[in-house]
Design a protein around this ligand. Structure first.
Ligand SMILES: [Fe+2]
Ligand SMILES: [Fe+2]
Length: 300
């Protein structure tokens, strides 16, 4: 876990560079014994020290940390690095195409790839922007950034198989908007990005997966299955840190969530919900019951 590298990744404009740095920010300082065979303790310790980023002191005693994590620095961007393409347009102006044509299916894969690209930035930003959080918080969000980078890579690779690439279609910037609105408050960020936006992904992904499968795109379906499993964990992580922050600040989680939603004029969820996935992600049955009874559409 290396926050300075995460900030480099956040600012990187090229997708390949962003992906490489996102993986690097997560991998830095992690013990590598799982990938490097069965050598003795001495060799293990040496590799941990080797894994320390340049210029960082190695925290060798005990051998559990290659570098002291930097937890106090705040790194902020007004907008994350992104390539010139895709061209960003108002959400209402992103063309909607049916899935009957190869172009329509590629456009859908592109739209999901764009969400994953934004998700890399959101996860990196969750670590870079907020100081005063435990090392485990940063380790969680840099792991998630690395997983989002993998999701993006899988979808981009598939898009290329379909004869297109990331940037070929127009896209919108709605996800970063929520990062911006929650830029000053880590509790609001945890409440509204993983618990609302990423959780919404749990609800809609199975339907998108089935539509792509029914139009013959089994590869896209397999990728979306993988993504859904990881996303359950991302939402669970957001739930965990939201509860942790509520406890630290002696706030009632239910009232706090309701207050934040009202502040931004948002709904927590829009049925139909993916109940098993939401339960697995740490939402409670009464919470889900409440949202399933809600009839007003979410505005986010
Ligand atoms: Fe993802
Ligand atoms: Fe995610």
């Amino acid at each position: 876990m290396h926050r300075p590298t995460a900030f480099e990744a956040l600012r990187a404009t090229g997708p390949d560079e962003k992906i490489r740095l996102a993986h690097e920010a997560h991998d830095a300082g992690r013990p590598r014994q799982l990938h490097e065979g069965h050598e003795g303790d001495e060799g293990h310790e040496r590799r941990q020290v080797d894994a320390a980023p340049d210029g960082q002191p190695a925290d060798v005693p005990g051998g559990h940390h290659a570098a002291m994590p930097d937890l106090d620095t705040v790194w902020q961007v007004d907008a994350p690095g992104r390539p010139e393409r895709p061209r960003l347009v108002h959400p209402a102006r992103v063309p909607r195409r049916g899935l009957a044509t190869p172009l329509g299916r590629a456009a859908l894969v592109h739209a999901i790839a764009h969400i994953e690209f934004n998700a890399i930035n959101l996860a990196l930003d969750a670590s870079c922007r907020f100081a005063g959080m435990p090392a485990a918080y940063h380790a969680d969000w840099l792991r998630i950034a690395s997983e989002e980078a993998l999701h993006f890579s899988l979808l981009r690779e598939h898009l290329r198989r379909l004869g297109h690439d990331y940037g070929d279609f127009e896209a919108h910037d709605g996800l970063w908007e929520m990062a911006w609105l929650t830029r000053n408050d880590v509790l609001a960020r945890m409440a509204l990005v993983p618990r609302v936006l990423e959780a919404r992904g749990l609800d809609v992904t199975p339907g998108i997966r089935d539509r792509l499968a029914s139009h013959g795109d089994a590869t896209a379906a397999t990728i979306l299955d993988r993504i859904l499993q990881d996303e359950i964990n991302h939402v669970a992580t957001g739930n965990r840190w939201f509860m942790w922050l509520c406890e630290r600040e002696a706030r009632d989680p239910k009232a706090e969530f309701a207050r934040l939603l009202e502040l931004l004029d948002m709904k927590a969820a829009r049925p139909p919900l993916n109940r098993p996935a939401r339960l697995a992600a740490g939402f409670t049955a009464p919470e889900i019951d409440g949202w399933e009874g809600a009839d007003a559409p979410m505005r986010a």
